[in-house]
Design a protein around this ligand. Structure first.
Ligand SMILES: [Zn+2]
Length: 305
């Protein structure tokens, strides 16, 4: 190597070294923070997170009653309520048609027949993970049937109460916002109210919780903002108080209700309140089963009657 070549090599080496030296080192934790900011939708490998697969939330048309199937992207399933006693075949065949074999989380929001009526048949027909119900009993045959089905399978009931986290996994979460108290006059106010979040999209499933429970939820300081509100108590005027609706600020309101029911649900005052706030109302009595799909950012729905 000539002297000139040696000098050139030396100078080049110096330039490279200097380049390395002046490049600022990444602060500790910076790379991790950056990763956190990238929504999981852009990650390539599917995992137990919201994205890139989708979350499906089905509001089944069970007439005057509730039954909501949630399919998590990793294959886990949750069922919130199981309609009335007469809805067993509708619910079981819908779950089977949808490919459900196991319900990882089975929630009975409160012991009224139009919510827990077919829970016993569901328990008998599917593998069950956790059963979650509020700590309240009822004297009906329907409620006894549910307890017996739970007992026969050797399952335990996890009490639903404000602050309980049913599941939290990456960008997915299902948390219980109510009941906040332990003693109510109305069975409806024992309703397990579930906040389901998937990335930036959230669903508030409010069972039959009435104005008293809504007030307690607001007082608890829980985050209630949601894109979709499952309207409390089938659109009764005893739920969906103005303050609660304002705080939730939903884009869509699902009313799970039977056509020409004996209670006059949904009540006009509730419909007016929703309209005034510019919420799009979807009714199972008019539009049938409603299926929401989200990737954690976008939200869309279809209906099937
Ligand atoms: Zn009800």
């Amino acid at each position: 190597m000539t002297c000139l070549k040696r000098i050139i090599v030396f100078v080049l080496a110096l330039v490279i070294l200097a380049g390395c030296a002046i490049k600022p080192a990444a602060p500790p934790g910076k790379a991790d923070e950056r990763l956190e900011l990238i929504p999981r939708s852009r990650e390539s490998s599917p995992g137990p997170h919201c994205l890139p697969a989708e979350l499906n939330v089905h509001f089944l048309d069970v007439g005057q009653g509730d039954s909501i199937l949630i399919q998590f992207p990793d294959g886990r399933n949750m069922l919130v309520d199981a309609g009335g006693n007469d809805d067993a075949s509708t619910i079981v065949s819908y779950l089977k048609k949808t490919g459900v074999k196991k319900l990882d989380y089975l929630i009975g929001t409160h012991p009224h027949e139009d919510h827990i009526g077919s829970l016993d048949t569901v328990i008998n027909n599917f593998q069950i993970g956790e059963v979650i119900m509020p700590k309240v009993t009822h004297t009906t045959r329907t409620f006894r049937d549910v307890l017996e089905a739970i007992d026969r399978k050797g399952l335990q009931i996890r009490p639903a109460k404000a602050g309980v986290s049913i599941m939290e996994d990456g960008l997915l979460a299902a948390r219980v916002l109510a009941p906040c108290g332990e003693d109510y006059n109305e069975l409806n106010d024992y309703s397990a109210v579930i906040m389901l979040t998937c990335g930036e999209v959230s669903f508030l499933l409010s069972g039959d919780a009435e104005a008293l429970s809504e007030k307690e939820i607001l007082a608890s300081g829980a985050a209630v903002k949601a894109d979709v509100l499952k309207v409390g108590h089938h659109g009764s005027n005893s739920s969906t108080s103005a303050a609660f609706l304002k705080a939730v600020g939903p884009r869509y309101a699902v009313i799970s209700v039977g056509a020409e029911n004996d209670y006059g649900h949904p009540h006009q005052v509730t419909l007016d309140r929703l309209k005034k706030q510019g919420v799009e109302v979807i009714r199972t009595d008019q539009q049938g089963t409603v299926l929401f799909t989200t990737d954690g950012k976008e939200l869309s729905f279809t209906t099937e009657k």
